[in-house]
Design a protein around this ligand. Structure first.
Ligand SMILES: NC(=O)c1ccc[n+]([C@@H]2O[C@H](COP(=O)([O-])OP(=O)(O)OC[C@H]3O[C@@H](n4cnc5c(N)ncnc54)[C@H](OP(=O)(O)O)[C@@H]3O)[C@@H](O)[C@H]2O)c1
Length: 241
């Protein structure tokens, strides 16, 4: 049986939230399949470390310090990506989580969570849409959460985070509808508890049942599939242990 190249091989991929955690693991896994991987987050030194790890493994990567809630930053990110090649793969992993009881959430805190977790995904998907349409193909994976899925366990202090993740799932469905005529697919994945800084800060008592590279492997598998008939779906990720 012949070995087929991964769809990502030779393409340009953008991964946000790539300075640590799931985004970093996903960037490494994508680069390992032969994509030039543009890694974005705010922490420039941590991004350099991600780029260094990818290059040490023989891959290609470019770091672009970016605040995803800032549309000008995101436009600059996609300008740099497009200078390397059409950014036809996008993984939105960047997010923030502030744990605050509902009646203590300030408007500023609510707006911060929504601007990073939901508007940040909007900014990136919107900036990616035109180059994907021009290329005649595009595959988007947005990381939502079980916190954005009805009838899964919810935790006190996460109302803003939950709302932002419900929004990501709805936004992804909308992009899937409009991307269809142009060969653009969009999927959301909703992990449970993954062993990262975010989980440790949010809920130190909660036992992680997934590690970042398991989520990364799922995302890379999704990016290798046309998925057009499933575009818009949200895939909950539970432990297989
Ligand atoms: N860990 C879990 O249990 C879990 C479960 C379900 C879903 N998720 C989701 O999985 C994704 C990754 O989370 P994680 O657990 O890997 O969290 P993490 O370790 O805290 O990483 C979050 C990433 O987002 C980046 N980020 C935060 N604010 C940003 C901003 N304004 N602009 C650009 N980048 C920003 C951070 O980089 P900088 O600080 O350098 O900007 C970092 O790279 C998130 O969407 C999260 O909601 C996580």
């Amino acid at each position: 049986m012949s070995e087929r190249a991964h769809w990502l091989a030779g393409r340009v991929a953008v991964v946000t939230g790539a300075s640590r955690g799931i985004g970093r693991a996903t960037a490494l896994a994508i680069a390992n399949e032969g994509a030039h991987t543009i890694v974005a987050a705010r922490d420039a030194a941590a991004l350099d470390a991600t780029v260094g790890a990818i290059r040490d493994a023989g891959g290609g990567a470019t770091g672009v310090p970016t605040d995803v809630s800032n549309a000008a930053d995101v436009d600059q990110l996609f300008r740099i990506a497009s200078g390397i090649g059409p950014p036809v793969a996008l993984v939105c992993a960047a997010a923030t989580l502030e744990r605050e009881l509902f009646d203590e959430i300030s408007l500023a805190s609510w707006e911060h969570t929504i601007s990073v977790n939901l508007t940040g995904v909007f900014n990136c998907c919107r900036a990616a849409f035109t180059p994907m349409r021009n290329a005649g193909e595009g595959r988007i994976v947005n990381i939502a959460s079980l916190s954005g899925v009805y009838a899964t366990e919810k935790f006190a202090g996460l109302a803003a985070y939950n709302a932002s993740k419900y929004g990501v799932i709805g936004l992804t469905e909308g992009i899937a509808v409009e991307g269809k005529p142009f060969g653009i697919t969009a999927i959301s994945v909703s992990p449970g508890a993954v062993d990262t800084d975010m989980l440790r800060r949010a809920n130190p008592a909660l036992r992680a049942t997934l590690v970042p590279h398991q989520v990364a492997a799922m995302i890379v598998a999704l990016l290798d599939s046309p998925l057009s008939v499933a575009s818009g779906a949200n895939i909950p990720l539970f432990s297989n242990a």
